[in-house]
Design a protein around this ligand. Structure first.
Ligand code: FAD
Length: 486
């Protein structure tokens, strides 16, 4: 009897530390690697343009790796269950193996697919590959936040529970060979999926990134070789490459967090001690984001803090404010630099994400969901768990969130984390000739200084869209209308 297994790739686009692959290999029979493009099933969170761009490159890289083993990716488009059944019929496969995903719509779909395929008589196995820990493991009785096994809402307690388990983590190596391949009968090519933009706006992405497993490993190695030692300080500076920039690679599963952790263990020993601690803690925030999404699946659209359902978001001038924010034309240099970096490269530094999100939700008083949606469309690392958590945290309505009344001051943030203005000068070149003293607040520069720097405010660069002090007071007053609600 055939023991052929379909290996259904999703956001685990790698061969290393891939539990579904390891499981499929245990039969010794051929494996049929499959990718199904099913954007409709992910509605309303179908991948945005930047994510689709990344996916195109990542699928090409995965297919190339498989071909080196004499195998190849069978690419299909359409309803996932229908396509899996069609490929099962074409190959005579008797099993399907995949790695789990955690966004609510996909979980529901996968549960249905597992039941349907099992009722067809197939072996179906799903595995952990995206996270260090399954979201339910950390909420379990043995490692519970409280004796009742409730999910965690406070990061430090969640992370303490995780840290105890870190040294036991061992990733699986990539296989040295694959069983004889199985040529796709009617597979599509990656190009057929139409993931790339029809209008070529993606030069910045191409100049910045190389999707794929090898590039992910190279980036991780380079970061651990050269930058992790300074990470705890450099991570807050958008003007220098102090962070790993592994987020899109992690999102698409080109490198597993378990592999990353093992690389850290090999080099530095204890991941909870310097120099690795602060970096590993950020992987912890990623875990926490998934924990929250799993336990609170409505949070991509609803605030975790129910008081915010009644928040008086602004209703006038919304389109104009949103447009200025999206295009990096708010007149607030640090925010504009970040929004332009995002548009050009599909990525924005974490510190600037927080400042840009704070300006939108507090000074401009627009709903966090609107900003989250823009990030979703433009980030190459757009991730439902981390994006939701990042926006709710900044807006003050999430788990362990920055209190609403802590409004980031983009001028002070700029002076502290981009002290020489290098980041602003790079992304807002029209401000490049301003002295450091004014680079984060050009509206305070005396006219002769502006003239000497070739800047006419309101012409070459916008005047600030809001007065930061007044809008902060208005935001606090708005918060006052809901803060007593329970
Ligand atoms: P590093 O500093 O090198 O960190 C290593 C890894 O840890 C990252 O690759 C990422 O996987 C994880 N990580 C780091 N910080 C966080 C965090 N605060 N929350 C969750 N995981 C974290 N991250 C995404 O991956 N996708 C998103 O869609 C996303 N949206 C965000 C939206 C807002 C408003 C905010 C404030 C943050 C968001 N983040 C998101 C988190 C964070 O900004 C990025 O993970 C980080 O900037 C990625 O850069 P890096 O890989 O160099 O990070």
């Amino acid at each position: 009897m055939s023991r052929i297994t379909l290996l259904w790739f999703r956001r685990d686009l790698r061969l290393d530390d891939n539990p579904a692959l390891i499981h499929a290999l245990t039969t010794g029979a051929p494996i049929v690697p499959v990718y199904i493009h099913a954007p409709d099933e992910e509605a309303p969170w179908t991948p945005g343009a930047a994510s689709r761009w990344w996916l195109h490159g990542s699928l090409l890289a995965l297919d190339a790796s498989l071909q080196r083993f004499g195998s190849r990716l069978w690419i299909a488009r359409g309803d996932s269950l229908t396509e899996l059944r069609r490929i099962v019929a074409a190959t005579g496969a008797t099993g399907v193996s995949w790695n789990r995903l955690y966004d609510p719509a996909t979980r529901e779909r996968d549960t249905h697919i597992k039941q349907a395929l099992r009722s067809d008589g197939l072996r179906c196995e799903s595995h952990r590959s995206t996270l260090l820990f399954e979201p339910w493991e950390i909420a379990s009785q043995t490692r519970s936040a409280s004796k009742t096994g409730q999910p965690y809402r406070v990061f430090s307690a969640f992370w303490r529970a995780c840290v105890r388990e870190l040294s036991g983590i061992r990733p699986d190596p990539a296989p040295e060979s694959l069983p004889a391949g199985f040529a796709p009968v009617d597979g599509l090519t990656v190009d057929d999926l139409g993931l790339l933009p029809t209008i070529p706006w993606d030069q910045g992405l191409r100049a910045t990134w190389t999707p794929g497993e090898s590039a992910a490993l190279a980036r991780a190695t380079a970061f651990l070789d050269a930058r992790i030692g300074a990470y705890s300080v450099a991570r807050d500076r958008p003007d220098a490459p102090g962070t790993s920039r592994l987020s899109p690679h992690l999102h698409f599963g080109e490198i597993s967090p378990r592999r990353l952790l093992a690389m850290i263990l090999d080099r530095f020993g204890d991941p909870a001690a310097d120099p690795a601690e602060s970096f590993v803690r950020e992987l912890g925030w990623r875990e926490f984001s998934y924990h929250l999404l799993y336990h609170f699946p409505r949070t991509p659209v609803e605030p975790l803090d129910p008081r915010f359902a009644d928040f008086p978001w602004r209703t006038e001038g919304v389109a104009e404010r949103l447009d200025a924010w999206q295009r990096g034309r708010t007149g607030i240099p640090l925010v504009d630099a970040g929004m332009r970096e995002l548009w050009h490269t599909g990525w924005m530094h974490n510190r600037v994400r927080m400042v840009a999100a704070s300006l939108l939700t507090k000074n401009l008083r627009l709903p966090w969901q609107v900003g989250a949606r823009w990030f979703w469309d433009t980030l190459v690392d757009a991730d439902l768990a981390s994006n939701t958590q990042g926006w709710q945290w900044t807006a003050g309505c999430g788990a362990d969130a920055a209190p609403y009344f802590r409004v980031f001051n983009p001028v002070r943030q700029g002076e502290r984390f981009d002290p020489d203005g290098g980041y602003v000068r790079r992304w807002c070149p029209e401000l490049a000739r301003l002295p450091n003293q004014y680079i984060h607040q050009p509206w305070t520069a005396p006219p002769p200084i502006l003239m000497a720097a070739d800047i006419r405010l309101g012409c070459h660069y916008p005047l600030p869209i809001v007065d930061l002090a007044t809008s902060r007071q208005e935001a606090l007053a708005a918060w006052g209308t809901i803060k007593g609600n329970r």
